[in-house]
Design a protein around this ligand. Structure first.
Ligand SMILES: Cc1cc2nc3c(=O)[nH]c(=O)nc-3n(C[C@H](O)[C@H](O)[C@H](O)COP(=O)(O)OP(=O)(O)OC[C@H]3O[C@@H](n4cnc5c(N)ncnc54)[C@H](O)[C@@H]3O)c2cc1C
Length: 175
């Protein structure tokens, strides 16, 4: 199958890249995702960390104000339930719905470049190939590399200090 743009990795960067690539146009895009559409931020990082931290922060403020019980007990199961609510119980159905509504296809599996603008998608024992007419966007965390390696990147290679693996966020591979 051929798309105008193939995006490997459906985290925030991949979602935005795919959306910007086709919005208001006739272009087509597919995001290849091996885990959850939405990536680290939605399920393991930004969202759950705030869901867990906010009640604790409020408790600390309340305790500090006075006029309240000295100890406001933490309800750990309720705290974890709050986190699970905010991560949609680790279901990416909502994000997939958004992608399809935006005209972006979602392909489940691990994407790997196998040629010029050609991506092999492997899931279990099955695999299929998709081709990009214009570009392949690699929006996955970069693998660890030796200091001698050279990374070609079209982005400014911004680094987020709070990311699990600070790395250039996206590399666009043009023909
Ligand atoms: C605890 C914590 C809290 C954070 N809080 C914030 C915050 O409040 N605000 C903020 O801006 N940032 C925050 N971040 C950083 C934020 O999570 C990352 O910057 C962001 O998730 C990076 O997005 P990404 O799309 O580059 O990568 P990811 O979110 O990692 O997405 C990459 C996706 O690619 C998929 N993938 C990888 N390889 C392949 C492959 N070969 N084939 C198919 N799919 C593949 C992965 O499964 C993943 O879904 C936080 C990070 C942490 C650890």
């Amino acid at each position: 199958m051929t798309y105008d743009v193939v995006v490997i990795g459906a985290g925030p960067v991949g979602e935005n890249a795919a959306d910007y690539a086709i919005r208001g146009s006739e272009r087509t895009a597919v995001m290849v995702e091996r885990e959850l559409v939405g990536g680290e931020c939605s399920y393991y990082a930004c969202i759950p960390s705030k869901a867990l931290l906010r009640p604790i922060e409020v408790r600390a403020s309340a305790t500090h104000l006075g006029g309240l019980p000295a100890e406001i007990a933490l309800d750990v199961p309720a705290l974890l339930a709050r986190r699970d609510y905010w991560v949609s119980d680790y279901s990416d159905a909502g994000q997939e719905k958004w992608a399809l509504g935006a005209g972006i296809d979602v392909a489940r599996g691990t994407g790997r470049l196998v040629g010029e603008r050609r991506v092999l998608i492997t899931s279990g024992h099955s695999s299929r190939e998709v081709t990009a007419r214009h570009a392949v966007v690699v929006a996955t965390p970069a693998p660890r590399r030796s200091s001698k390696a050279t990374v070609m990147t079209s982005s400014r290679g911004s680094r987020c200090p709070c990311s699990r693996r600070a790395s250039p966020r996206a590399r666009v591979l043009f023909p």
